[in-house]
Design a protein around this ligand. Sequence first.
Ligand code: TYM
Length: 322
Amino acid sequence: MKRVLSGIQPSGQLHLGNYAGAIRQFIDMQVDHEMYIFVASYHALTSVREPKVLKENIRQVVIDYLAFGLDPKKTHLYLQQDVPQVTELCWLLSCVCPKHMMDKATSFKDKVSKGLSASIGLYTYPILQAADILGVDPDFVPVGEDQRQHVEITRDLAEAFNRQYGPVFKVPDLKIRKDAGLLPGVDGQKMSKSYNNAIDPFMAEKPLRKRIMSIVTDSAPVEEKKDPKKCVVFQIFQAVAGADDPRTAQLAERYQRGGMGYGEAKQALFELILQEFAAARTRREELSKDPGYVDEVLRQGAAAANEKISAVVSRARTAVGL
Ligand code: TYM
């Protein structure tokens, strides 16, 4: 069985971008892959400085993973801080990482320009991500488009290490959904936990509707024919329903025919989200009331991840002469 690893940072409430780019792939893949899905808590320290907030975010990501449909019988679900060996692996990789490889990483510059402090942790963030990945010998890393460069750096680092020390790491493949680029937020920029532009499918109905009604559109009048591909409302609809879903084709046709205002498209998106995530919303409420169950899922996930990562770290230590 092919193995999969991926993770999400607990830097805020999950949103439809995380679902469309990442979680949806996890759910599809857990049927016939060996899955390692984790909460990137060390990574979140580059942006979250409030211990209480971090703790709550970590818990919420686990609950959301489960609510969206990750099945702990099929997926090892764990917290990064429960496998601290990844920080040792990060060091071993740092020592074969040329500085220019970090200099060319775009996420550091992007995040600093958005106001994050330019810490060394933020600068070397991609090396820790490489350690998360290489630590479980995965075949595939399913992520959204914005993580492409990080997975490419991971592959480069694995190759650099293997060139120096022999074949220690498996070089994994990137997996990005063909029909899903980067999902835009309500302001038309990339939907992000930290840009205040995200749609959280677990929001209460009233604020959820308000959020959807706030999506930016152009000022084309109702009767005009519209290009669905240029509209954020349509892009989000397509990401939730799926590109091949007949509801997506129907809505595209309404845009192209003319006679539909954006308010109507937004209402359709609101109803779609309530319908698609009805079960997830109920499950999330139940999970929030069952901390014992969540703890047990994490205990088992940590045990499985520890076993795997310890073996890889031990292989890497031996290879370098420790
Ligand atoms: P993070 O937490 O920013 O995002 C988690 C996942 O969601 C995807 N994503 C999106 N996809 C489409 N449209 C969007 N607007 C959008 N926003 C987010 C991301 O591509 C990602 O797949 N560095 C990672 C966390 C990480 C990780 C790893 C991932 C740490 N170690 C090892 C994979 C493997 C991050 O910050 O993702």
